[in-house]
Design a binder for this molecule. Structure first.
Ligand SMILES: NC(=O)c1ccc[n+]([C@@H]2O[C@H](COP(=O)([O-])OP(=O)(O)OC[C@H]3O[C@@H](n4cnc5c(N)ncnc54)[C@H](O)[C@@H]3O)[C@@H](O)[C@H]2O)c1
Length: 333
């Protein structure tokens, strides 16, 4: 039986705990030095509470940990868990530093543990549909496209870690990695990367625009920004032009505009709607439920865990870093 320990009970820890509950998977331990957050997540499942992640890894009766910590703490916990013989789900971005990428990969290979990274867009219904449409070839090849992810300044992060670039990588790593990873999944590694950034007074990137080139005639534009006013709604979507149709996700609505015939909304598998709306910028459990369903099925041996591997997640962070370099660096004074 799967017995999960959730490490970090902030925004994502709460979200993923709700998903495990909806999946009927037991969360038997949680860890967070912010006791009130740990208690809130534990209350739903009766989980034992630990004061930090390392204590949970050492002492709890779990066989899986789900790491929902600030990004700079991911790898040391993932490595300790794998060395203890535990399987691991770790949030995106898997890590920022090159040496950490090498370490997590080395320990995963040495221990043979199962690891999935929270590259959730690969499991988000409309994006899953787009990937299947592209792979099937039914609209011909992709000619160009645009992906975007924009939000008001995130305010929830514990100790403001999201706004410390050495901990989160700022928007150019933390939020942008979602679409960079998905575009890599859809299109492969780009041949060329060009980026331009808008920065705040400290010189830190607050908005990034990237253009990925594929061959001589295909371009994909990706943008991410998170310093919009607090009244600005979370916005994510895409527009992809194929040879025979254009597909648009705007305002949560997916529409296909065929070159011939009427526009239509494709039928989608309904996202799971939890009865516990935990807030944040996404009220449905959506892709989070889907990714953990896939992960827990993989843990039970129902299929290999091959969609959001640590190898893939690392390639995506490396690509993000290439874009940041092309924009002149994460911080330019
Ligand atoms: N997949 C997504 O869509 C998505 C969305 C938001 C955040 N994230 C990622 O999830 C991770 C967590 O982000 P968040 O928004 O939940 O942050 P958060 O600040 O809301 O939560 C992090 C929690 O970890 C706790 N913590 C810190 N040190 C700890 C330790 N040693 N042991 C146990 N707990 C500890 C903090 O007290 C806090 O409660 C980040 O990597 C972030 O990039 C992913």
């Amino acid at each position: 039986m799967i017995r999960v320990g959730i490490i970090g009970c902030g925004f994502m820890g709460g979200m993923l705990a709700a998903c495990y509950q909806a999946l009927g998977v037991q969360v038997v331990a949680v860890a967070d030095p912010r006791t009130e957050y740990a208690k809130e997540v534990a209350a739903k499942s009766g989980a034992a509470i630990y004061e930090n992640g390392m204590a949970l890894i050492e002492q709890a009766n779990v066989n899986v940990v789900d790491i929902c910590l600030p990004t700079d703490l991911h790898v040391r916990h993932a490595v300790a868990a794998m060395r203890k013989g535990l399987d691991v789900f770790v949030e995106k971005p898997v890590c920022i530093k090159e040496e950490e990428m090498e370490e997590i990969l080395r320990v995963k290979n040495e221990t043979g543990r199962k690891v999935q990274v929270g590259q959730v867009i690969r499991f988000w219904t409309e994006y899953v549909w787009l990937k299947q449409a592209a792979d099937s070839g039914r609209f011909g090849r992709v000619l160009c496209g645009e992906f975007r992810r924009l939000s008001a300044l995130p305010t929830w992060a514990s100790e403001g870690w999201l706004h410390k670039p050495e901990r989160s990588g700022g928007v150019a790593v933390d939020m942008h990695v979602h679409d960079v990873d998905f575009v890599r999944y859809l299109m492969g590694e780009p041949d060329t990367v060009r980026a331009q950034a808008y920065r705040d007074e400290s010189g830190l990137i607050q908005q990034i625009y990237e253009i990925y080139g594929y061959g001589s005639d295909v371009g994909i534009c990706i943008e991410a920004g998170w310093n919009y006013p607090q009244t600005f709604p979370f916005t994510a979507g895409f527009r992809v032009k194929f040879e025979k149709a254009t597909v648009v996700l705007d305002g949560g609505v997916l529409t296909v505009y065929p070159d011939e015939g009427e526009a239509y909304r494709p039928e989608l598998n309904e996202d799971f709607q939890g009865d516990n709306d935990i807030g944040g910028n996404i009220s449905s459990l959506g892709g989070y439920y889907n990714e953990l369903k896939y992960f827990t099925e993989g843990l039970r041996g129902e299929h290999p865990l091959e969609v959001a591997t640590v190898e893939e997640a690392i390639r995506s962070v490396r690509l993000v870093k290439k874009g940041v370099e092309s924009a002149g660096g994460l911080i330019v004074k």
